[in-house]
Design a protein around this ligand. Structure first.
Ligand SMILES: C[S@@+](CC[C@H](N)C(=O)[O-])C[C@H]1O[C@@H](n2cnc3c(N)ncnc32)[C@H](O)[C@@H]1O
Length: 288
């Protein structure tokens, strides 16, 4: 028998997930949502999806069951050097940025991987910087990984991956930066991990960005695509506030910031589009 979730129940979950995580549920039909939640309803010997809704919606967000629900409904797939062309552009921008910073005697670089999953993205950033051959010793480099899901943060801190997560890396890179633990597990070296600091946080919450040093570059890839328009607006405005003047934003190649053209300038490379923070007034004047 197919698990049934009524329209009213579906709407309750939909509204709750949007408020809590920004998730739009656009990729889940009623039937798919029921399939994902049914094992949890059964495990807890509950009679209905409404009982389950009451459990996850009444307690604090630290509640274990809410984390299970999050893991069931949110996509956490990631792998090293995903959308590789972006990392080439990133290194190019970083080198230019470093030259400009040196003129101001500023030797700090702050990068955020927003929606960092199990660490594949922030560690890819660290890998690229470390293997680019430019000396890092006299630079103060910090890469932050932020994710709403504490299970993902815990995995990221371990830095252990299966071969599938390393599929975007060449053999030489794997041999140089990972230790094989067993047939299908690899431990990333601490020399790459040490640049990355993890924060559990919701990208929609402006408090997670306040009081931090300004960011030079934000990667937020394959996250916005799952969000409602309202949530995307909140997240993009948080990014705009958190970035330094003319800082850069990378989003997934299948994502677009068309609705936010007043805040960011689009810079087009052959395979990659990067967004640069602009003062909205400057952009408006340019268009006149
Ligand atoms: C599909 S993964 C993308 C990972 C990586 N950025 C990449 O492109 O490979 C999406 C990640 O975003 C996180 N996420 C989704 N909504 C979030 C939110 N509102 N705040 C923080 N993290 C969020 C999920 O937990 C998940 O780990």
């Amino acid at each position: 028998m197919k698990p049934e979730i009524s329209k009213k129940e579906y709407e309750l979950f939909r509204g709750f997930f949007e408020d809590q995580f920004g998730l739009a549920l656009k990729h889940h039909s009623r039937e798919q949502l029921a399939k994902l939640l049914e094992p949890h309803v059964k495990r807890l010997k509950m009679k209905s999806f409404i009982d389950y809704f009451n459990l996850i919606s009444k307690k604090s967000t630290a509640n274990k069951e809410l984390i299970r629900t999050m893991t069931a409904v949110m996509n956490t797939e990631s792998y090293f050097l995903r959308e590789q062309a972006q990392f080439t552009v990133f290194l190019d921008l970083l080198n230019k940025m470093k030259k400009q910073k040196l003129m101001r005697s500023d030797r700090s670089i702050r990068i955020l991987s927003a929606g960092s999953a199990a660490g594949q993205e922030p560690y890819s950033i660290s890998l690229c910087i470390n293997s680019s051959g430019t000396p890092l010793s006299n630079w103060d480099i910090t890469i932050y990984g932020m994710d709403i899901n504490p299970e993902q943060i815990a995995k990221a801190k371990k830095g252990i991956y299966n071969a599938y997560a390393l599929r975007g890396l060449g053999k030489n890179v794997i041999q140089r930066y990972f230790d094989s633990i067993n047939k299908n597990s690899y431990q990333l070296h601490s020399e790459i991990m040490k640049y990355v600091h993890y924060v559990r946080g919701n990208l929609m919450d402006p408090k997670n960005f306040q009081g931090r040093r300004e960011l030079d570059i934000i990667f937020c890839r394959n996250v916005l695509i799952y969000m409602s328009n309202r949530a995307v607006n909140r997240v993009i405005s948080n990014f705009w506030e958190a970035l330094c003047d003319r800082g850069f934003l990378f989003i997934g190649q299948s994502e677009s910031l068309m609705r936010h053209h007043m805040l960011f300038k689009r810079i087009k490379y052959p395979e990659v589009t990067v967004y640069q923070k602009m003062d909205p007034e400057i952009l408006t004047k340019k268009k006149i």
